[in-house]
Design a protein. Sequence first.
Length: 54
Amino acid sequence: MGLKCSTCGISLLGQDGFVKFSCPECSETVVMRCKQCRKLSNGYRCEKCGFEGP
């Protein structure tokens, strides 16, 4: 598993402003979001439980 945005798939290596957190629903999957997807409130989906968040 590399450091990639869970929404757009861009590599997060060498980038600032990204976040990494556990799924708020199941806590079993790590969600990573780039600065741009966070700014635009682009959605993401947990691969394990299907939770969708902004």
